[in-house]
Write a protein that binds this ligand. Sequence first.
Ligand SMILES: [Zn+2]
Length: 113
Amino acid sequence: MTDPAATPTRSARTCPACGGLACEASGLEPLAIADCTQCDHRFFAGALDADHVDHIYGDAYFFGGGDGYDDFLTERDLLWAQGRRYGALLAEHAATLRSASRSRNLWYESARL
Ligand SMILES: [Zn+2]
C-alpha cells in the first residue's frame, strides 16, 4: 500500500514537458492519462510511489530479460545509434511539428470563444 504522504503528486492539469494546460484524455479511463493542449504531450497523470523508477528500472530490467533487456550493455551501442537516429528525425521535422502545434492551439483558442 502506498503512503499518500510519501507519494509525490503531479497536477493532472499541468504538462510536465512545457507547463501548459493539460486535460484528461477521453476514452482511456480508468487510466490517468492527460493530453497537453499546448504541445500535444500525452502523459501519465496519476500518482507514483517514490521508488517507482528504482523498482521498474532496476538491474532486473537491464539484465533480466522479459520486458526489459537480456544484457543492456551488449545492446548499448545499437540503442544509442537508434536514439541518435530518432533525435535527428525529430530535429529535421521540429519546425513542422511546432507549426502544427501552434495551428492546433489557435483552433483551441477559437473554439473557446
Ligand atoms: Zn505541454
